[in-house]
Design a protein around this ligand. Structure first.
Ligand code: NAP
Length: 323
């Protein structure tokens, strides 16, 4: 039985593993997508110590660090399909009459099963969809959910980026480097994004701000040809584009903690206390999946939450050993 299983291979998961390894806790680090959402950042300028670094390069450094502790960290690239309470609790001095501290069992999609005394959920989030006609139909045929990842396929073409947060505005700035024309379509006239990115986009001559408009349909034949707006912009309710980047935020990946009965907050994020423990003793959360850090999803907040979670796991495992 591992001391801890960390689920998720993004910033939070790798950071947690660095700490649990240094606490000499036997660690299972498992997940499907190496680098997680961090890989989608074209340009990271707010990770202290790196004035500017590409997201995938930063995540590669995190991974290398997490895997630098020899046998202490067991690394598995697979989807965790099921989380449950462990059947056999004898190795843990368990207190399972009260439902506490009995350890957990992970079943991977590949069929392997593992047990761990504690869990850190670092499963991040997945991109939200608009749910409008044409969106599903043209997904992968001009509709994508990561402007910074896919902009380079639209060199010399016209694209629309939908949203007003960091993902959309950063995405528009990156797309503007290669596309002929970029429409930044946002439902309000104010942005959530960092003013740094808004200023970068305003400085681009090939970006047109389409503010106060909702996108109601993705248009196309065999691939995207445009989007339809709820009200006319400059005399037309249609924008002619080759690509649509939908960047309207993300929803937390809470499938696994729900299988253990962990509580969520009123916005559907994993509820944690200030030790990063969920409502289930022995289960912790870190990163974009949690309600901590006021739902602010940054590398720095994810790493901070993971640090606290790992320290809490260390204390919890010590308590188990002495009980
Ligand atoms: P976000 O901050 O939640 O912003 C989502 C945007 O999409 C908002 O502007 C929202 O409009 C709009 N939106 C939501 N639902 C919509 C709908 N149904 N129709 C039209 N528009 C809709 O999401 P995000 O930009 O993906 O960022 C998520 C988190 O990651 C944030 O904490 C962000 O700071 C972080 N992040 C950071 C960086 C960075 O630091 N470089 C980069 C990317 C993301 P309203 O404004 O009207 O609500």
């Amino acid at each position: 039985m591992f001391d801890v299983a960390i689920i998720g291979l993004g910033c939070a998961g790798y950071t947690a593993a660095v700490y649990t390894a240094r606490y000499k806790l036997s660690t299972l680090l498992v997940g499907l997508e190496e680098g997680g959402m961090g890989n989608t950042a074209a340009e990271v300028g707010n990770w202290p110590g790196e004035i500017e670094i590409k997201g995938p390069d930063l995540m590669e450094k995190f991974k290398k660090h997490a895997l630098s502790f020899g046998d202490t960290v067991t690394y598995k690239i697979d989807r965790v399909s099921f989380l449950d309470y462990a059947r056999n609790d004898t190795q843990m001095n368990a207190r399972n009459d009260t439902g506490e501290a009995r350890g957990f069992q992970l079943t991977l999609e590949g069929g392997e099963t593992y047990e761990a005394k504690t869990i850190i959920i670092a499963t991040g989030s997945s991109k939200r969809h608009l749910g409008i006609p044409g969106e599903e139909e043209f997904s992968g045929k001009g509709v994508t959910y990561c402007a910074t990842c896919d902009a380079f396929f639209y060199r010399g073409k016209d694209v629309a980026v939908i949203g007003g947060g960091d993902s959309a505005v950063e995405g528009a700035a990156i797309a503007a480097q290669v596309a002929r024309k970029v429409y930044l379509v946002h439902r309000r006239d104010q942005f959530r994004a960092e003013p740094y990115w808004v200023d970068r986009v305003k400085a681009k001559e090939n970006v047109t701000f389409v503010l106060g408009h909702q996108t109601v349909e993705v248009l196309g034949t065999s691939k995207v040809t445009g989007i339809k707006l709820d009200t006319p912009f400059q005399g037309s309710d249609t924008l002619t584009v080759d690509g649509v980047f939908i960047e309207i935020g993300s929803d937390p990946e809470v499938r696994l903690p729900l299988q253990l009965g962990c509580a969520l907050d009123d916005r559907g994020f994993l509820k944690v206390d200030n030790t990063m423990q969920t409502s289930v003793p022995g289960v912790y959360g870190a990163g974009d999946v949690t309600s901590a850090s006021n739902h602010f999803a940054q590398f720095t907040t994810a790493a901070g939450e993971a640090t606290v979670a790992a320290n809490s796991v260390f204390q919890y495992v010590q308590t188990l050993a002495s009980s």
